[in-house]
Design a binder for this molecule. Structure first.
Ligand SMILES: Nc1ncnc2c1ncn2[C@@H]1O[C@H](COP(=O)(O)OP(=O)(O)O)[C@@H](O)[C@H]1O
Ligand SMILES: [Mg+2]
Length: 360
């Protein structure tokens, strides 16, 4: 087991800073997800951790030892890659035992560790087979078993499920989560899939352009995104963002959106007269026909039945707003709809920078 500390990590490729001053602490035994769009630097950061890249700046500590310039072998780390690179000419047994053999473990120790890892990943029946005789999901399990057989203090995984089809991915996601709880290795798991991140991580680091936009536990990242980037990247649909102006009205402070007023918290007073961005999740809005209570008059544009619920795209002035309703909710395109947001769940962000406003 091991704590990982990244301090001001920079990795340049020519003029591009693939990782741009990242600091992050990952606790002993924690499952940390690095989440972000393609090209944001997730793989590069993981490769720095593994010792496959040497950073241009900053330090990496594993269990308080500065390993920044250590070779991969000296780090007690195992890595599972996206394309899971298992060797086609080796049997499953030899694939799983490969790293142990490299490290000159005895035959008996190799056998013990291979069998344990193979059993955990449920590939113990296929030890004599070659990868070509396995399904994609089984090959993926072999790749994970090979990493686990090493008993690493730190397990690094780079989009390990992305080559699997949707159903298998969902199944493996739950299995991996359980497995990692069992073995307790400190894990850094890279994905661009926000559902995977929410479902698996103890915490999520959301990355954007080589930097960390937010580190929090999954529900916090979902309900209280640090900025519009995070709120827009996490959740399906993404968080709604409406631009309005903070105004003083008879009833107290309000935000005026497309000529319609919603109550705003009193500690937003310093923003009076200024634009703000209001963040609200589609499931925190109630749809109704009639104007009862504070809400927004919208027009339905699109109705999407998604099995368990309806996803409506509505319009208010020039802005669009997505809302979720029960599947039997009677609604059709072009009809007007009165939308009542749960006022306690509104989030207030700076209209220019998109960062969450500190209302304390
Ligand atoms: N070996 C490399 N040489 C040059 N540029 C690279 C190299 N590896 C990654 N990059 C660039 O660094 C940025 C981050 O890439 P990467 O870490 O692979 O992102 P992610 O894994 O989040 O998709 C991208 O702009 C990518 O093009
Ligand atoms: Mg990558």
């Amino acid at each position: 087991m091991a704590q990982i500390r990244l301090e001001n990590i920079i990795k340049l490729f020519g003029k591009v800073a693939a990782v741009n001053n990242v600091s992050l602490t990952i606790n002993d035994g924690e499952f940390m997800v690095l989440l972000g769009p393609s090209g944001c630097g997730k793989t590069t950061l993981l490769r720095c951790l593994a010792g496959l890249e040497i950073p241009d700046g900053g330090n990496i500590f594993i269990s308080d030892q500065n390993v920044t310039e250590f070779s991969p072998r000296r780090r007690n780390i195992a890595m599972v890659f996206q394309n899971y690179a298992i060797f086609p000419h080796l049997t499953v047994y030899d694939n799983i035992g490969f790293g142990l053999k490299m490290k000159k473990f005895s035959k008996a120790d190799i056998e013990k560790n291979v069998k344990r890892a193979a059993t955990l990943l449920e590939v113990d029946k296929y030890l004599e087979r070659h990868p070509a005789q396995l399904s994609g999901g089984q090959r993926q399990r072999v790749a994970v078993a090979r990493a686990i057989a090493m008993n690493p203090a730190v397990l690094l995984m780079d989009e390990p499920l992305s080559n699997l089809d949707a159903l298998l991915r969902m199944q493996m996601r739950a299995e991996l989560k359980r497995l990692l709880q069992e073995i307790g290795a400190t894990t850094v798991y890279v994905t661009h899939d926000q559902v995977e991140a929410l479902s698996m991580g103890d915490r999520i680091s959301v990355m954007k352009s080589g930097q960390i936009a937010q580190v929090d536990d999954p529900m916090k990242v979902y309900t209280d995104p640090a900025n519009t980037f995070v709120g827009g990247f996490i959740g399906s649909p993404p968080m709604n963002f409406l631009v309005g102006e903070v105004v003083q009205s008879e009833g107290g402070l309000a935000v005026e959106i497309e000529g319609q007023r919603l109550p705003a918290p009193a500690n937003l007073a310093r923003m009076a007269g200024q634009k703000v961005t209001v963040g609200l999740r589609a499931e925190n809005i109630e749809a109704g026909e009639v104007k009862d209570g504070p809400g927004l008059p919208t027009q339905v544009m699109v109705v999407e039945p998604l099995g368990s619920h309806l996803l409506l795209t509505t319009r208010i002035g020039g802005q669009s707003l997505k809302v979720v309703t029960p599947v039997d909710y009677p609604v059709s395109p072009d009809q007007p709809l009165w939308l009542r947001p749960d006022l306690n769940k509104l989030r207030w962000l700076d209209a220019q920078s998109g960062t969450l406003l500190n209302l304390n």
